[in-house]
Ligand binder design. Structure first.
Ligand code: B4P
Length: 184
């Protein structure tokens, strides 16, 4: 049973690695960023509320992502494991997740801290060119990461649930390390 949480700055490779591993393990890849972007494309009430925050590189309000994660983890395909990509991103979201998993009788989750240097992630994201990938917005996302998300490294470290991988490596090298961790 694999339950993995991906932490790391924007552009560290969370989405890239989560997709590969979810296919390999045949478990769902739950990306809050992808779900929010789809909601914006479809102009659902969630998407309309999230759009401005995402365009500015800010986190969307906890309640919006917590509701969608609760709903998604409640679906039957999560019984054999899951990969959470981009959630939690704040200590408040992490405590929410901890309580939710306890209520669901799930546990044993591991957090993967995919570490990468600022200059590496900036050049990757500028190359990708998504709507929120302008240099100004990327710098804001990195600031938000440092202020809000980086404290989760200690949060999961204190609970002995953390592994750290160097995300500056090639995608294949990162995948190999991740598969070794899962097999251990
Ligand atoms: P996300 O969709 O999670 O986007 P991200 O952090 O930028 O990382 P992503 O997964 O897309 O990039 P990856 O590193 O794989 O979040 C976007 C926004 O959604 C947030 O700013 C926020 O507004 C909102 N949001 C999402 N979750 C939220 C939450 N929980 N609470 C509040 N708000 C939330 O890849 C980047 C690029 O690098 C790709 O082009 C890829 O091909 C390349 N790449 C990856 N690995 C590489 C490698 N090893 N070598 C070379 N290139 C690589």
């Amino acid at each position: 049973m694999t339950r993995l949480i991906f932490l790391g700055p924007p552009g560290a490779g969370k989405g890239t690695q989560s997709k590969v591993l979810a296919d390999f393990l045949n478990i769902p890849h739950i990306s809050t960023g992808d779900i929010l972007r789809q909601a914006i494309t479809d102009q659902t009430p969630l998407g309309i509320k999230a759009q401005g925050y995402m365009d500015r590189g800010e986190l969307v309000p906890d309640q919006l992502v917590e509701d969608l994660v609760k709903e998604r983890l409640g679906q039957p395909d999560t019984k054999n494991g899951w990969i959470l990509d981009g959630f939690p991103r704040k200590v408040t979201q992490a405590t929410f997740l901890e309580e939710l998993l306890a209520k669901m009788g799930q546990g044993g989750e591991k957090a993967v801290n995919l570490d990468a240097k600022d200059e590496v992630v900036i050049s990757r994201l500028l190359g990708r060119g998504r709507k929120d990938d302008s240099e100004e917005v990327i710098r804001r996302r990195l600031e938000v990461y440092r202020d809000e998300t980086a404290p989760l490294i200690d949060y999961y470290g204190d609970r002995r649930k953390l592994v750290t991988i160097n995300g500056d490596q090639s995608p294949e090298e990162v995948t190999t390390e991740l598969k070794n961790i899962i097999a251990a």
